[in-house]
Design a protein around this ligand. Structure first.
Ligand code: DGL
Length: 259
């Protein structure tokens, strides 16, 4: 591995762009390769075995592409597959996103908290260990079945209707919202439209800091790159690449609420 090699990052779709945005703020000179697994998304309701197999295929792809580290920008894939990947590829450093529940513990422990994530993440052993460790005993867990897919497809009206139904029981009941899926930071405004002023918790900024620290420790920081981002989609959908770069560059921030 050398410093100039790329940082690899993947998600079941384009949601991981919210993680890449945070990473590029702290590591603007690195070069990146982003893999969106559209062909197989959503991951949220897949079995552990299926997700491990899909992640394994992605790692195999990255292995051909000169990568020095792999960022799992999908909470579901992290929850179900990171242990398996670390065991299978001990030579590759993996950095994995997780719901920012510890951040609630550290900064807003006394407030009622809603954790929104996929069913896979909410029911995973990894998340339940985190919950047990930092439980504030005022936490509601909300598996948002199908929501990541609606965001991936950009179905604005359906997203609003879905959030109305699923979030209504929590109106005036929660003050913290953990965005436990990397697609959800794209719909913060729509969530606020139902819940009112809440404080959002997103794991991506801390992941970015951690990634930088790991690269520094391993002497893998690239100071001469150009911040180049390559995009690859398993289904090869052209429109997806365009949308990904628009969101990445902030041209379409919170695109779902504007229309
Ligand atoms: N962005 C993925 C996550 O963070 C979405 C999972 C899915 O495809 O259902 O969990």
């Amino acid at each position: 591995m050398n410093r100039a090699e790329k940082i690899a990052i993947f998600d079941s779709g384009i949601g991981g762009v919210t993680v890449l945005q945070e990473i590029m703020k702290v590591l603007p000179k690195e070069n990146y390769i982003y893999y969106s697994d559209s062909k197989n998304n959503p991951y949220g309701e897949k079995t552990e075995k299926e997700i491990q197999q899909l992640c394994n295929n992605i790692v195999q792809y990255f292995k051909q592409r000169n990568c020095k580290i792999i960022v799992i920008a999908c909470n579901t894939a992290s929850a179900k597959a990171v242990q398996f990947l670390r065991k299978t590829y001990p030579e590759i450093p993996f950095i994995a996103i997780e719901p920012a529940y510890k951040m609630v513990h550290d900064t807003s422990y006394d407030k009622p908290t809603l954790v929104m994530a996929t069913e896979g993440t909410i029911h995973s052993e990894k998340f339940n260990l985190l919950l047990k460790k930092y439980d504030n005993h005022k936490t509601f867990l909300l598996p948002c079945v199908g929501l990541a897919d609606k965001i991936e497809q950009g179905r604005e009206e359906e997203i609003k209707e879905y959030l109305q139904n699923i979030l209504k029981p929590y109106q005036n009941k929660v003050e913290n919202v953990v965005l436990g899926c990397t697609h959800y930071p794209l719909i913060q405004e729509e969530i606020k439209a139902v819940l009112g002023e809440v404080q959002f918790f997103n794991g991506a900024p801390n992941l970015a800091k951690h990634l930088k620290k790991v690269l520094e420790e391993k002497d893998l920081i690239n100071e001469k790159g150009e911040g180049k981002v390559e995009f690859e989609d398993s289904q090869g959908i052209k429109g997806k690449e365009k949308r990904f770069f628009e969101i990445l560059k902030g041209e379409k921030e919170n695109e779902n609420i504007k229309k």
